[in-house]
Design a protein around this ligand. Structure first.
Ligand SMILES: *[C@@H]1O[C@H](CO)[C@@H](O)[C@H](O)[C@H]1NC(C)=O
Ligand SMILES: *[C@@H]1O[C@H](CO)[C@@H](O)[C@H](O)[C@H]1NC(C)=O
Ligand SMILES: *[C@@H]1O[C@H](CO)[C@@H](O)[C@H](O)[C@H]1NC(C)=O
Ligand SMILES: *[C@@H]1O[C@H](CO)[C@@H](O)[C@H](O)[C@H]1NC(C)=O
Ligand SMILES: *[C@@H]1O[C@H](CO)[C@@H](O)[C@H](O)[C@H]1NC(C)=O
Ligand SMILES: *[C@@H]1O[C@H](CO)[C@@H](O)[C@H](O)[C@H]1NC(C)=O
Length: 395
């Protein structure tokens, strides 16, 4: 017994030691580089404001250049990045505009894989800003102010990212009108070569619909589409062109119910044994008969519904767990009856209008036909009145 317990303890200890050796956060590794030496390593262009060092990023030891909150107002240091750079973090600065050739004119960054330029107040990215980025796999531009003004947005901004796997555009665009985000995005996707892209983040962009339904159709390899924290209330965009989609994030949008059409769209995604996951958590669903088809669908669909526990419906401002609303049929009948009345009224109006139109079109012919009749009538009236006059005179 004792040997078993000791064996177990020994096993646990050796596993945890093995893990700490594998772990990229190994403290011995960090001490190789001090803060000062990592600042010097960046070179004079970085003015001692950044750190350039091998560190843990994404679970691997990588050469990271970290310029976070360094107060740069332009990207000039980036033309002098150390050529072994694998990860560039250039965030929390005040850039306004990315000029041509942010990384210089020499193709000298063979290992660059990640560019994080979030939170830089970027409004405009020139068409030729990103060059020599053919190996970059992740581009993060979250929390910027990218302009939707056609004069200031350049559809070819991402055209050189031919290896891009992840594009992060959370709250990346300016707020308020003109909100032409859909056509801007479509132009960008059509004009870029994002055929490898598997993850697209578009959270927090106040998207209510896409004017171009095929906005994502130029991203044939897309696996994960993140549209959380927007204003969508239906699937107003074409998903049937995304043959590999496996996750659709629609958390915290404006869905009050799910249209039957959208249920079919999702069922079609899950065809051919594709494991498709959707997330509708924290949408303002209405507790009403209109929710019943969705609730019934959830019980039988092959689509995996993530965070089912976060699905609530609201009556007034009180939230309830999802439940099927009973006694929906009478209401349906009433609405059907109301519907027929409306249709009848409408048809009558159409009929009257048609008759009027017919009369109007045939007016000359009718006139010709009616005039003799009228004439004879009026003549007869005249004659009779004359005759009457005669009789009166006679009296
Ligand atoms: C980059 O630097 C910032 C601030 O110095 C720090 O908070 C952040 O963790 C660093 N990132 C990495 C990946 O080292
Ligand atoms: C990186 O630059 C150094 C000099 O700055 C040079 O010696 C080295 O060959 C370069 N490495 C690559 C892979 O370009
Ligand atoms: C897109 O990239 C591929 C290689 O990944 C290339 O063969 C193709 O010509 C590029 N298309 C355009 C329009 O740049
Ligand atoms: C959606 O995409 C599919 C596949 O590319 C296409 O056949 C279909 O016409 C598109 N639907 C709309 C409404 O454009
Ligand atoms: C489908 O994917 C979800 C989330 O990725 C996972 O939890 C679930 O187990 C998968 N289902 C199948 C049948 O593979
Ligand atoms: C619901 O809204 C009413 C006013 O619209 C308010 O008086 C009430 O306190 C709210 N109830 C809850 C639970 O928030």
């Amino acid at each position: 017994m004792r040997t078993i317990v000791f064996g177990l303890i020994f096993f646990l200890i050796s596993v945890s030691i093995a893990e700490s050796i594998n772990d990229c956060e190994d403290p011995n590794f960090h001490s190789l580089e001090t803060l000062e030496s990592s600042k010097l390593e960046c070179g004079p262009a970085f003015k001692n404001r950044c750190r350039c060092f091998r560190t843990c990023y994404d679970g691997h030891h990588q050469y990271v250049v970290n310029c976070t909150g360094t107060g740069f107002q332009d990207t000039s240091p980036l033309a002098h990045l150390p050529n072994e750079t694998q990860v560039l973090i250039f965030t929390g600065n005040e850039l306004e505009e990315l000029p041509w050739n942010v990384f210089g004119t020499l193709d000298s960054l063979p290992y660059l894989r990640v560019i994080d330029m979030s939170n830089n107040k970027i409004r405009e990215i020139r068409g030729k800003a990103y060059h020599h980025v053919q190996h970059v796999e992740r581009l993060i531009l979250d929390f910027n102010e990218l302009s939707l003004d056609p004069a200031r947005n350049h559809p070819r901004v991402f055209s050189n990212f031919i290896s891009l796997l992840e594009l992060h555009l959370t709250d990346a665009f300016e707020d308020g009108p003109p909100r032409n985000l859909a056509s801007t995005l479509h132009d960008i996707f059509v004009n870029s070569n994002l055929t490898q892209l598997i993850k697209l983040h578009l959270e927090q962009n106040e998207i209510s619909e896409f004017r171009d339904v095929n906005v994502f159709c130029d991203l044939p390899n897309l696996l994960d589409l993140h549209l959380g924290d927007n204003d969508l209330n239906a699937l107003h965009f074409n998903l049937s062109c995304l043959h590999n989609l496996r996750f659709l994030d629609l958390q915290r949008n404006k869905f009050a119910r799910i249209l039957e059409r959208d249920l079919h769209i999702m069922d079609n995604l899950a065809k051919h044994d594709r494991n498709v996951t959707v997330d509708f958590s924290d949408n303002p669903f209405e507790c009403s008969c209109k929710l019943n088809p969705f609730i019934k669908w959830m019980k039988k669909t092959k689509v995996f519904i993530r965070n089912k526990a976060n699905l609530q419906c609201y009556k007034g401002n009180v939230s309830y767990d999802f439940h099927e609303t009973k006694n929906c049929a009478p209401k349906l009948l009433v609405s059907a009856r109301r519907g027929t009345t409306v249709v009848l009224c409408f048809l009558s109006i159409v009929l009257i209008a048609l008759v009027c139109a017919l009369v109007y079109l045939q007016r000359t012919m009718l006139q010709k036909k009616i005039e003799p009749v009228l004439d004879s009538v009026s003549k007869r009236v005249r004659y009779t009145s004359i005759a009457n006059g005669d009789t009166r005179e006679d009296v």
